[in-house]
Design a protein around this ligand. Structure first.
Ligand SMILES: C[S@@+](CC[C@H](N)C(=O)[O-])C[C@H]1O[C@@H](n2cnc3c(N)ncnc32)[C@H](O)[C@@H]1O
Length: 398
């Protein structure tokens, strides 16, 4: 029998749910955040601007979908949400028949916990102030939630168990985490504790490289390998099925691959099954759920790059860290006697639509520099040289 755990954290904003959820992530839990999904589905919108409940239904549906995908791949889930009433809690705990049957067929037993985390009003207020949040807005959000609040202690749904930690202060979080871990049978083996290993440093970076061109496999290895050692922590953005990641990450301590395509995430998890130091997660590159100064190396190979994603890279890279971006420079290429003028003619990628040669490189280099990177190096390669024929290149790249 495989023991699986579905934890739903409940509490008001600033009750410390996210901290606990992120710490559980280091013990193999998939961390699903309603805030992150909300920001993705409604960019720029404040929570109170989203009609309740109809505007929130797609957020809860997305969380449910990711929950099922994760549980079916045999991993535990922690959902970080205020979950202030039973309607929302039911969303997170109810599984459709197909998922239930699939879990049963895999011999999995699902344990469900509703976990209330709490701090007193003073601590909550201090946390809000420390985060620079507008207190009036926060009080409005809490008031809106209170209008249909239901005490989680009275929540009754199938076999959901209720736990309450009334004092989720930073001092007590380690104990709370230990308690939750012991309930879920988390082993302390293979722990990567970023809270100890990552020290805050002054923000001044050096050694950033933007790589351009299609002949990237060999070059990536050449560029990245010398920077990898036993303590290296890496992130690959838009990892897809993780084929590149597998190639150039060997020897690092911990590697995260992130993507927003669930099917690819499942494929990627299969291909990294024998590399326990690699973790593949659902995450948007524009909204990295990692602490500042976490990574030694961040790679982005043919995923989109935006102004925001560069700012996130800058925030999460350590001092002196390395960001390697592989993109299409879009040279003019002659093929079958025809001059292919635009990158999209050659590699047919969505991100190159309507871009002219060199435009991508100029724009992306500008994004990287505006994010604050001090040393940007651009290498250009002729990717088509590594393919025997143009057909090979086209089919590979498509
Ligand atoms: C062209 S593929 C590249 C995959 C892989 N890096 C490789 O080189 O084989 C682009 C990937 O970026 C992912 N992606 C697109 N937008 C994303 C976003 N906002 N956050 C994370 N991943 C994203 C896609 O799902 C896709 O897997």
């Amino acid at each position: 029998m495989v023991e699986l755990y579905l934890l739903v954290l409940t509490g008001w904003p600033s009750d410390g749910k996210t901290n606990i959820a992120k710490m559980l992530r280091d013990f193999g839990f998939e961390y699903l955040s309603t805030d992150a999904v909300r920001r993705k589905l409604y960019p720029g919108k404040a929570p109170l601007d989203i009609p309740y409940p109809e505007g929130w239904e797609p957020i809860w549906d997305e969380i449910r979908m990711r929950r099922d995908v994760t549980l079916l791949s045999g991993r535990n889930v922690v959902i970080d949400s205020c979950a202030q009433n039973n309607y929302i809690r039911d969303k997170f705990f109810s599984l459709d028949l197909e998922t239930k049957l699939s879990l049963k067929a895999k011999g999995a037993h699902l344990h469900k916990y509703l976990i209330k985390l709490c701090v007193n009003d003073d601590v909550r207020l201090q946390r809000e102030l420390a985060r620079g949040r507008n207190l009036d807005d926060m009080l409005k959000i809490i008031d809106a939630m209170k209008s249909d609040y239901q005490d989680p202690a009275n929540y009754k749904f199938e076999d959901v168990l209720f736990l309450e930690y009334p004092n989720n202060t930073f001092d007590d979080q380690a104990k709370i985490l230990e308690h939750i871990k012991s309930l879920c049978g988390c082993s302390s083996r293979n722990i990567w504790n970023k809270y100890i290993s990552v020290k805050k440093r002054k923000k001044s970076y050096a050694g950033k490289i933007v790589v351009s061109g299609e002949d990237h496999r060999a070059n990536l290895e050449q560029i990245i390998k010398p920077h990898i050692n036993k303590s290296t922590v890496m992130l690959d953005e838009g990892c897809g099925i993780a084929d590149h990641l597998l190639l150039y990450s060997m020897g690092a301590k911990k590697i995260y691959g992130i993507d927003t395509c669930t099917e690819l995430i499942l494929e990627a998890r299969k291909s990294v099954a024998n590399r326990p130091e690699i973790e593949i997660m659902w995450m948007d590159i524009n909204d990295l759920e990692f602490d500042n100064n976490t990574f030694d190396i961040i790679t982005n190979v043919f995923a989109p790059q935006t102004k925001k994603s560069c700012e996130e890279v800058y925030r999460t890279l350590k001092k002196g860290g390395l960001y390697v971006r592989v993109t299409g420079a879009g040279e003019f290429v002659e093929y079958n006697g025809k001059l292919l003028k635009r990158p999209q003619d050659i590699i047919g990628r969505g991100m190159f639509i309507d871009k002219m040669p060199k435009q991508i490189l100029t724009e992306e280099t500008h994004q990287v520099k505006s994010a604050g990177f001090s040393f940007v190096k651009v290498n250009e390669f002729q990717g088509i040289k590594i393919f025997k024929t143009m057909e090979d290149a086209i089919s590979y790249l498509r």
